[in-house]
Write a protein that binds this ligand. Sequence first.
Ligand code: GLC
Length: 640
Amino acid sequence: VNQHVVIEEKRDSIGVKRLSDARDEYTQIKPYAGMPKEVLVLYSSKARYRVPREILFWLTVCCTLALVAVTIAVIALSPKCLSWWQASPVYQIYPRSFKDSDGDGVGDLKGIREKLDHFEYLNIKSIWISPFYRSPMKDFGYDVEDFRDIDPLFGTMKDFEDLLAAMHSKGLKLIMDFIPNHTSDLHRWFNLSRTRDPHYEDYYVWTDCKPDGPKPNNWVSIFGNSSWTYDEVRGQCYLHQFLKEQPDLNFRNPDVIKEMIDIIHFWLEKGVDGFRMDAVKHMLEAPHMRDEPQVDPNKPPELVTTEWDLHSDYTTSQVGLHDILREFRAQMDIYSQEPGRYRFMVTESYDYEEVYKTMMYYGSRLEKEGDFPFNFYLLDLPHNTSGVWAKHLVHLWMGNMPKGKWPNWVVGNHDRTRISSSAGRLYVRAINMLLLTLPGTATTYYGEEIGMENINVTANPQRSPLQWNADTNAGFNEKTNLTWLPLHPDYETVNVEAQMKDDGSVLAQYRFLNTLRQSELPLNRGWFCYVHADANVFSYIRELDGLKRAFLIVVNFGKESAVTDLSSVRELPDELKVLMSTTIANDGKVFPKSRIQTEVGEGLVIQYSTNTRFNPNHPEECYISEKACYLETIDILYKC
Ligand code: GLC
């Protein structure tokens, strides 16, 4: 009670004094918690309180502004991050041959799901699965009966959705095959077209012809012989640039384009991450339907039966084709807005010597098309194993690719002899090294990571089941003794399980190189510079401005062991230490730069440190997709 009285008295006295001569009195009192506003104002306006307060205020303002400015500068100066399709190889699964979960001898979607750990092990994020649509399988799924259904051989729509969900939960992307050029002759549209349903009448390419009369023109199918077949139901001929069971769609009909776009939407809605667009150059034909010029004008017309006999001037790469593909791309862009959900598009077109035609699928400065067209030129590596040839094939792409685009490399697929069979087993490791150290996205056809070879059959020798282990059926089918194609007899030694246990295996080296590539800036987005090419060796540098660490790759594609003298390359240090050799015993070896030794089929990754970059002194030997520099002191990349 006494205390209360004292406080009250104090308050009273303050109150009274406030009324009289507060200013003097207040200065006698020390500030205290709970002081009245007047006291507070008095003290807070004093210089010793005001000045620090104002300093703090302006400091906060300045820091905030500086932070905003730094953030804007960092965003403006940062180069674009690599997208998922640039950061990992694209692995092609041929679903018939990957893993059979139900024992019918044919691989399936559940089988793929069972084996997703394989990709985690390899550090691969992008998976392209060849077609699994409902199909009579005349062309193993490239003849689609229903673009919105899964073939029972591969599973159900539920299996697909489960697979996609499982892949996404592991950070894997699923790229589907999309086949715009043709359908199966069992497709509903074809039936409606041959019976002249008014809406579907022009869905395919029809023209008048007689059942036993001459063909409408000399056009040939990619699989040989005339690309025209007479249809009894409609009493006309239809065009098929592939099998007669694969009638070509008529892309001059806007309804067909719309149908295909709807199908693209259907799968994008399901969440697929991209499409490999099949056989795109064939999508349009010249409406005049004239004979194509013969390669050999003197050849009797009845002997003109293969694509090599004709200049395919009226059946491929027609004006308007790129507009359609750019429309497909634009549709995919609608689904690419969310961060991390970019939908990828790659086109398939073999243009052989006409590389400029392939490059058009990259799109133009103003209009996007494919993220890249498949680069098939390395498929020709085995034709002439030499360093000069390897450089020539690499340069076909690098020298013709539009500036700023992203390269890619293919050494095998379901249509081509496996490179380990055509080049020979000796070169398999070197080829994988080339793939994974060149700039751009590597494509790996299933089995290339273990060096699988063709089997000895007349058709489909490159499509045999993946060799998982040394058990019955190589672990491809653990339930029955069926496999749709025979296994390669080497499966007891050449298989995933055995190679996982062996540090020097093709698989271990693939994995090491892929991981190195993804962790080293010079390899994943740096400069690529030619250094040397001769009868045996092809050599190049990967470096990044501002980063001391760089890589020299030396690969012997020739027929003899070689000693390469790079002493004239003054940007290289005098001594070069091998980080990784495809011949495991040579790991860690040190070579003087005047005498770098390689055996036939041996590849070396040499890591070195330098202050002098190669690219500024040799701009015409060097390529980069999107230039970036590294600031070593604060460990950031910036646009330069
Ligand atoms: C592509 C496929 C091939 C198929 C053809 C027709 O080239 O890779 O396997 O036969 O298109 O769809």
